[in-house]
Design a protein around this ligand. Structure first.
Ligand SMILES: Cc1ncc(COP(=O)(O)O)c(C=O)c1O
Length: 430
């Protein structure tokens, strides 16, 4: 290594102290990114950044062209309609049909400033409608729990690790039968574990949600990225697996950030099922006058959050969805690069004595994708994350994701080709 281990250790330790991080298990991702950036600057050592889920690919070309044109046409002058530009609503509905194989009317396809805002609005609306808590099928995206804390909504959580397959039914029902759950949320593929729920598991979630009249929030931030299957041919199976086949009150959150590498423009579409969109909730009527879920979602919640979504980004999203549905833009083959990187990185970590934490979907090895999870014998996730920082490798401990396993999340998006050999070399010192 081109630096001395002890010097880097001292630099990392002092950066950790400056950030006031007492326990690495509770450090936020931004804090870890900050420590790595400071240590990198001070030591001159290039850090291998495996912590933050930033898209590492260029933004989708059809989006850029459409957004530039929309700007040149004067779109920025106009406030966007809260429920979305008609072109995006109809393309989103068509995209859902093309790649998920379900029908959602354009009316229910509402642009949001990233899925992040989509979940915020969904938590508010669902918890006010049903007067209950949010149930997280974990591990998950830590910020979503912070959203609940910010808005003062209670939540429950369990780690899916021990409840795959048939075990999921009883576990899920134990929460739903309390009558306290307003909505269930999970991501599929899952951030951080890259677990992909099977069709049977989605049926269990959908059937129970219907039985207990609970809203399902399906976070598809990593849309079609289960690379074991080719989900890229529009209007032809196999489709992106979804709970939408098993229940009728759901919101599918489709983000432009990862599928189209469009994270900076903060654009996603919350696709609200027809039934849920028109469902009247007495608690919403009492609070807002109009009790329809879809109307409250758009005209009360989104209106007060941001008065709609960036106008030109909506045109970008519409164009990317259209090009994909027309079969002219194969977004999946672009992002398949993450799967290739995951294959290489997993091989290196496993060769150096690490193990995978979440490793199988009901007996089938997990797909290689945007994330994977690793552990090292005898070390907690927090200890491991710190030890790797001393080697110039930054990662995220699983603790803040709601996982009960000790380990780290590795994100494949940001590593550069020349860093793969460096990773191999640095890991010899673990
Ligand atoms: C599971 C999950 N949901 C939502 C998001 C946020 O997506 P967006 O950029 O559309 O707000 C992310 C981003 O990392 C994520 O991992």
């Amino acid at each position: 290594m081109e630096f001395t281990k002890n010097t880097l250790r001292d630099i990392v330790d002092s950066a950790i102290r400056r950030y006031g991080i007492k326990d690495f298990a509770t450090a936020t991702i931004r804090e870890i990114v900050g420590v790595a950036a400071e240590a990198e600057k001070e030591s001159g050592v290039e850090f291998i950044k495996l912590e933050m889920g930033v898209p590492g690919l260029p933004p989708a070309e059809p989006g850029i062209r459409a957004q530039i044109k929309a700007i040149e046409d004067g779109i920025p002058q106009l406030y966007p309609v809260i429920t979305g530009a008609p072109i995006l609503k109809s393309e989103a509905s068509r995209f859902v049909k093309a790649f998920i194989g379900v029908d959602i009317a354009p009316e229910g396809c509402i642009p949001v400033c990233g899925s992040m805002q989509g979940t915020y609005a969904s938590f508010v609306t669902a918890s006010q409608a049903n007067g209950g808590k949010i149930l997280f099928i974990d591990p998950g995206f830590p910020v979503q729990k912070m959203q609940c804390r910010v808005m003062g909504v209670d939540y429950e959580t369990f780690d899916i690790y021990d409840y795959r397959g048939e075990k999921l039914h009883a576990k899920l029902e134990s929460y739903l039968k309390t009558g306290e759950i307003a909505a269930i949320i999970y991501s599929n593929p899952n951030n951080p574990s890259w677990v992909c729920l099977t069709e049977d598991e989605l049926r269990t979630i959908g059937t129970l949600a219907k039985q207990y009249d609970v809203v399902v929030l399906e976070d598809l931030a990593y849309f079609a990225m289960d690379f074991r299957k080719d989900l890229s041919t529009p209007f032809q199976p196999p489709y992106q697996p979804t709970v939408a086949r098993y229940c009728d009150k759901y919101v599918l959150l489709i983000s432009g950030s990862k599928a189209f590498s469009y994270a900076g423009e903060r654009i996603a579409v919350a696709c609200i099922s027809d039934k849920l969109f028109h469902c009247e909730y007495p608690a919403l009527t009492e609070r807002y006058g109009n009790g329809e879920f879809g109307a409250v979602y758009a005209h009360r919640v989104l209106y007060t959050l941001s008065s709609g979504t960036s106008h030109s980004a909506q045109y970008a999203m519409a164009a990317m969805m259209k090009a994909a549905s027309d079969g002219e833009y194969d977004f999946r083959s672009e992002v398949a690069e993450y799967g290739r990187r995951a294959g290489k990185l997993k091989e290196i970590f496993l060769r150096h004595g690490f193990n995978l934490v979440y490793d199988k979907d009901m007996g089938e090895p997990l797909a290689d994708g945007f994330y994977f999870t690793i552990t090292y014998p005898g070390k907690t996730g927090a200890e491991l994350a710190r030890d790797l920082l001393y080697l110039g490798i930054s990662t995220l401990p699983l603790d803040t994701t709601g996982s009960h396993q000790q380990g780290l999340r590795i994100c494949t998006s940001f590593i550069k080709d020349h860093q793969i050999a460096a990773l191999d070399e640095r890991l010899r010192e673990i």
